[in-house]
Design a protein around this ligand. Structure first.
Ligand SMILES: [Zn+2]
Length: 408
């Protein structure tokens, strides 16, 4: 049976003592990671062949004498961190072998993605409804209970803007997901003025949380800049900004999860554009709105949720002019400024909504998946303005093995 690993991230409600222990855990994790990375590099330079299993034994040997404070924490925490160093090098060498140019594993910095993983060894952790028991820490309350049935493989503690979370990966069978109608296809235009436009004509606005919180954010940034550098008050002001950023990100992610889940449940085949987000970001006025909608995250979620149900997301190349091509006759408009929301095709006279027309073209591209959609209609008109719709072979992603679902 095919299975996938689903990860549920749950917010924790630790008391003061537990929070202090959590901070020590992520500290120990970072310490062990950096220690193992430095030791790996030293051994490599000395002509030895470093490996993570030997490093873990080495760490255990020095722990009681040199690092007594680590003995008060779950022993799994430094062990998993050292395993992560092994994984980082494995990935690094795999990518080098594949001819890529990966970044060399880097040292972890305090406050940057602080986390600590505990494996599923005996007595390491235990879940019970809306609480979790962690070795050496005890029972910690959770905001919700685990959504999936199955044996958790590990748990990872992480901090984000003063809040604590636990991520729990669980292996679940693929067949648990509802079947979809394989004939259903749709094109999706991700835009700035309307977040999502479907080829069915439906339009959905994004949550635009950033706009709503922008004034508060600006105020907090002003307050931050007025505080003396290195002062306690400045640090507090920075924490308030981080908190607001985190809230905005959560609202956005929640909306993205709901929207992509609904779409993946309705359609089997998607045509989406490979947006040049970096290029669009250069245009400052657009940048904020784009960041607000979170295009990258939207497509990432749509891809894995569709793959889970056996469907496909066809990513159409950026230079396919989905907005400027008439979906009816295939003729191509030389220019179509972003401000033009509606236009009429000069060849066939069809009135177009800019975004719906783009979505329809993306749907056709998905259906054709690599060949010109309806080449009879779009290639033979005599006018110099008409041309074959240039659809490039699209990349179809169908296999995934790790997904993550939303959190409360
Ligand atoms: Zn036309």
């Amino acid at each position: 049976m095919r299975t996938v690993i689903k990860t549920h991230r749950i917010e924790l409600k630790p008391n003061k003592t537990q929070q202090a222990l959590f901070r020590q855990c992520v500290g120990a994790s970072r310490f062990a990671y950096n220690w193992a990375l430095a030791e790996w590099q030293r051994q490599y330079r000395a002509g030895e062949k470093p490996n993570e299993a030997a490093l873990r034994r080495q760490f255990n040997a020095i722990k009681p004498v040199e690092l007594p404070w680590i003995l008060d924490l779950p022993k799994s925490v430094p062990q998993q961190a050292i395993k992560n160093v092994g994984t980082a090098f494995k990935n690094f060498f795999r990518r080098v072998k594949a001819g890529e140019k990966p970044g060399y594993p880097r040292f972890k910095k305090r406050g940057k993605r602080d986390s600590a993983r505990l494996d599923n060894g005996p007595g390491t952790f235990q879940l019970d409804g809306k609480r979790i028991k962690l070795a050496k820490i005890g029972w910690v309350r959770m905001r919700e209970s685990l959504r999936f049935d199955g044996e958790p493989r590990s748990v990872t503690l992480s901090a984000e803007a003063g809040r604590w979370f636990v991520s729990v990966p669980v292996r679940v069978p693929l067949s648990d997901l509802p079947a979809i109608d394989a004939r259903q296809s749709v094109g999706i235009d991700l835009g700035v003025s309307t977040a999502v436009t479907l080829s069915t004509g439906e339009k959905t606005d994004g949550p635009k949380p950033l706009k709503r919180y922008l004034r508060a954010l600006k105020r907090r940034q002003r307050q931050h800049s007025r505080k003396a550098k290195g002062s306690n008050n400045r640090r507090k002001a920075a924490a308030r900004i981080a908190k607001l950023h985190a809230r905005i990100a959560h609202i956005r992610k929640d909306w993205t999860h709901k929207t992509t889940t609904a779409l993946a449940g309705r359609f089997a085949l998607f045509g989406v554009e490979n947006l040049n987000v970096r290029g669009m970001m250069a245009n400052d006025r657009l940048a904020r709105a784009i960041a607000d909608v979170g295009f990258f995250e939207f497509r990432r979620q749509l891809e894995y949720k569709t793959a889970l149900r056996g469907g496909a997301v066809v990513v159409v190349d950026r230079w396919f002019p989905s907005s400027k091509t008439c979906n009816r006759c295939g003729c191509y408009r030389e220019s179509l400024p972003l401000s033009v929301r509606e236009w009429t095709c000069t060849e066939c006279g069809t009135a177009h909504d800019r975004d719906v027309n783009a979505a329809l073209n993306l749907q056709r591209a998905a259906l054709a998946s690599g060949s010109c959609p309806d080449s009879k209609a779009c290639g033979e008109a005599g006018s110099g303005r008409s041309r074959k719709t240039p659809v490039k072979p699209a990349s179809v992603k169908q296999e995934i093995n790790h997904v993550s679902i939303g959190y409360g």
